[in-house]
Design a protein. Structure first.
Length: 225
């Protein structure tokens, strides 16, 4: 991972818990379409003005320019991917907040006695996190790790997305599963991008080394070759 770039944990995980996010979503929601395609992440601005800057003078200079461009492109693509995943995270939480609010209003309106009745008040409280639940969440977060247990993510295990949710699965459980799937997919895509650019850089490094070797041979006298 590139330490100079924003880490995936900072973007996707270092934020308010989902329970708080669903309850505190007060601002006007953005119209964010679902993330289906990552191809736009490869589009990055030029580093220089290609109409004004002089082109490389020889093959060696061209190879050096390509290598510097690969480093820039890798960093820029990573930034684009992180931005797209952050937007997708926001969309998932935003849509969940809207759906939960709709269900809350529907349940309150259908309560005996109308939306202002005691039954409606109970229905509204169903969507709140009580203090006991908050304490339980905090205790789980503060619990010590079990000695000898491996808490590392199983990166080699294939992810099986939960696409068909049971009818009994509530909004928050579904949203949590959506976020877990999205984060796992994001990590995979970022790792694959790193592998691709690493291979590309190694390829041009080999070409550059070969070119330098040929130039060195050309400088030698025939009897020295």
């Amino acid at each position: 991972m590139d330490t100079e770039m924003m880490d995936i944990d900072d973007v996707l995980l270092n934020s308010d818990p989902i329970l708080d996010s669903l309850e505190e979503e007060e601002e006007k929601p953005e119209n964010i379409p679902p993330l289906h395609n990552l191809s736009a992440s490869i589009l990055v601005p030029f580093q220089t003005d290609i109409l004004k800057d002089a082109p490389p003078e020889d093959r060696l200079e061209r190879l050096e320019h390509i290598l510097s461009t690969i480093n820039y492109h890798r960093r820029s693509v990573r930034e684009n991917l992180l931005y797209m995943f952050e937007r997708e995270k926001k969309r998932i939480i935003q849509d969940a907040a809207a759906e939960e609010k709709r269900l809350q209003q529907q349940l309150a309106a259908s309560s005996p006695g109308g939306p202002n009745s005691a039954a409606a008040g109970f229905a509204n409280r169903m969507f709140k996190v009580d203090l006991e639940e908050e304490d339980r969440i905090i205790r789980n977060m503060e619990a010590r790790a079990i000695p000898g247990k491996d808490y590392n993510a199983k990166v080699d295990e294939p992810l099986t997305p939960l696409l068909d949710y049971p009818a009994t699965k509530n909004v928050r459980d579904k949203t949590m599963q959506d976020l877990l799937n999205m984060v796992s997919g994001a990590v995979t895509q970022l790792d694959q991008a790193d592998v691709f650019f690493k291979g590309l850089k190694e390829k041009y490094m080999q070409i550059l080394e070969k070119e330098l070797g040929l130039m060195k041979m050309a400088e030698l006298r025939p009897e020295e070759r």
